[in-house]
Design a protein around this ligand. Structure first.
Ligand code: NAD
Length: 251
């Protein structure tokens, strides 16, 4: 195991870093993570892709959940954790950022799109499942008032869905390929704010470690891969980054 100073030294020297983030990097922006008690996920069960396409009732349920989180999602701003990743890129140290998040906050922090892989898609777009026409969520969400039916495509009448990957939906091929490539190139692989319980996303840190990369895990709770990691820190990402930023400042 490396200590904090050794990990900072490795970051200062490396130009081959991959960061992998989960819901935990966005909690300090006010977006609840997956497993927080009383959170949105414990009140609405996730609607699988099969249910979404086959049942109007399930679609309405999914849109109701979306409506409930919409205002918070719209107003969320990137935090010090997102800016930490962005600054690694500014310093020419970042191969890429692989995220399980759908909130778009990494883009909003100024990280270029070609450095971001969104494994689970994005809720910043709504798409027709028939003709793939894209919509700005603002346009669709304002239609969901009163006793609404699920929204349909203006062009072809197809079912509209957030451009996120639901349970039971195939993983996006290009994103998976890019994530795999970056992971294989990584000399340092940093996990931030993920319970590492969702597959296949959680297989990337294992691949990186297997290839000899330094694996670092920064998460409030212990994860299954801590034992396997070269550096593990259990605590809030914001607090960690505030301290760590000054340790890598001259790198
Ligand atoms: P998860 O909820 O399973 O795990 C989040 C982890 O982050 C937890 O272990 C928690 O202890 C830790 N954490 C929370 N706040 C933290 C903080 N401030 N500092 C350090 N650690 C913190 O999340 P996951 O592994 O990303 O899997 C959840 C799934 O749900 C993903 O597939 C994701 O697509 C989806 N999801 C996304 C968002 C989002 O886009 N922001 C939010 C909720 C869920």
């Amino acid at each position: 195991m490396m200590n904090l100073e050794e990990f900072a030294g490795a970051i200062r020297e490396s130009r081959e870093i991959v960061v992998f983030t989960g819901a935990g990097i966005s909690t300090e922006s006010g977006i609840p993570d997956f497993r927080s008690p009383g959170g949105i996920w414990s009140r609405y069960r996730p609607v699988s892709f099969q249910e979404f396409i086959s049942s109007e009732e399930s679609r309405v349920e999914a849109w109701k959940r979306r409506l409930e989180t919409y205002a918070v999602d719209q107003n969320a701003k990137p935090n010090i954790g997102h800016y930490f990743v962005q600054s690694l890129n500014e310093k020419g140290k970042l191969i890429g950022l692989i995220t399980q998040n759908v909130d778009g906050l990494h883009s909003q922090s100024g990280l270029p799109e070609d450095k971001i892989v969104e494994l689970h898609g994005s809720n910043r777009t709504i798409r027709c499942l028939e003709c793939s026409k894209s919509y700005d969520p603002v346009i669709i969400m304002e239609r969901l008032t009163g006793n609404f039916s699920s929204p349909r495509c203006d062009d072809c009448g197809g079912i509209l869905k957030s451009a996120t990957i639901s349970f039971g939906q195939a993983m996006p091929e290009r994103a998976m390929r890019q994530a795999q490539e970056w992971t294989e190139q990584a000399r340092i692989f940093i996990v931030m704010g993920s319970s590492l319980q969702v597959q296949p996303a959680a297989s990337f840190p294992v691949i990186a470690r297997h290839n000899g990369a330094v694996l670092a895990i920064i998460n409030r709770e212990p994860t299954m891969l801590d034992e396997y990691a070269s550096f593990a820190h259990h605590g809030a990402i914001g607090e960690f980054c505030r301290r760590f930023n000054s340790m890598i400042a001259d790198g």
